[in-house]
Ligand binder design. Structure first.
Ligand code: C2E
Ligand code: CA
Ligand code: CA
Ligand code: CA
Length: 279
């Protein structure tokens, strides 16, 4: 057993340094990703269960690395946060998503919002409000079409500053959505203090919805709570018909997930929203 333990730890050490080398390589090439047009967005449709229409999409960034292929945001967003590159990547994402949304809205497909993920560091940058305003102006997109997704971690520190930023943008008409709800250190009092338009129930709660009575009770309660605060409730990661049925029963407003569609390219999304309206 001792022998095995030793081998295991050696194996582990080798793995770790390979991983570190990969991280280093990623970090170096991430600097060039924007300039070399390696970033692109996918869009995941959201279905409004009341109207049975696709009224929103969440923009999700992807990185097509020249040798490593497509890298998921779960791998490079943390790196971008560490290196500060998230500032320029975030701005690129926001602008690209707004330009795309403008096209869909003008085409009359019935899109009402584009949701964009905002990381903590991006939100905390000095002139975040100005950056958002400038992008909306340059793209000529009305603020009401933009929904910024933030996580509970944004509410943890410097709550006064956070409130100022959220309030200033909300007054313009920009919407805010509380992402991954239930996974952080959420205190229900946050919902009262910040003008969130939407809460997104994390997919980990949706996953076991049909088998776990506790998750079911929690989702039922969160949906009721959201309604009480006049917020829209989105269920993320809806994969099965059975999950959908339960969410309908609980009066969930919007669903997003594999059952409807995984994130797709802009071209595929255009086709998707057209086809959906026809069906
Ligand atoms: P998120 O904001 O919670 O996004 C939802 C993630 O769940 C996406 O992963 C999406 O592809 C995945 N997903 C959607 N439906 C299903 C489903 O039915 N089943 C399963 N198993 N997964 C589903 P993705 O695109 O890999 O993004 C991961 C995370 O990376 C996002 O989590 C978000 O936190 C971050 N991220 C993505 N794009 C951006 C961005 O542009 N900026 C920032 N700051 N973060 C981003
Ligand atoms: Ca999100
Ligand atoms: Ca989420
Ligand atoms: Ca409803």
């Amino acid at each position: 057993a001792k022998q095995m333990g030793k081998n295991n730890s050696q194996y582990y050490t080798t793995q770790l340094s390979e991983e570190q080398m990969l991280l280093f390589e990623l970090e170096t090439s991430l600097y060039d990703a924007i300039a070399h047009n390696q970033l692109y967005l996918n869009y995941q449709p959201q279905l409004n269960l009341d109207t049975n229409k696709i009224e929103s999409a969440e923009a999700l960034v992807r990185w097509k690395h020249p040798t490593l292929g497509v890298i998921s945001p779960g791998k490079f967003i943390p790196l971008a946060e560490e290196t500060g590159l998230i500032i320029s990547i975030g701005e690129w994402v926001l602008k690209t998503a707004c330009i795309q949304a403008k096209k869909w809205i003008e085409s009359g497909y019935g899109l009402k919002t584009i949701a964009v993920n905002i990381s903590v560091k991006q939100f905390r940058q000095e002139n975040f409000v100005e950056i958002v305003k400038n992008i909306l102006e340059s793209v000529n997109l009305e603020p009401k079409y933009l929904e910024l997704e933030v996580t509970e971690s944004i509410l943890m520190q410097d709550r006064g500053k956070t409130a100022l930023i959220i309030n200033e943008l909300s007054e313009l008409g920009v919407k805010f959505s509380l992402d991954d709800f239930g996974t952080g250190y959420s205190s229900l009092s946050y919902l009262k203090k910040f003008p969130f338009h939407t809460i997104k129930i994390d997919q980990s709660f949706i996953r076991d919805l049909t088998v776990n009575q506790q998750d079911r009770a929690l989702i039922d309660a969160v949906i009721t709570l959201g309604k009480g605060y006049n917020m829209q409730v989105v269920a993320e990661g809806v994969e099965t018909e059975a999950q959908l049925r339960l969410l309908e029963k609980f009066n969930c407003d919007i669903i997003q997930g594999r059952w409807l569609s995984m994130p797709i390219s802009d071209v595929e999304f255009t086709q998707f929203i057209i086809n959906f309206a026809l069906d």
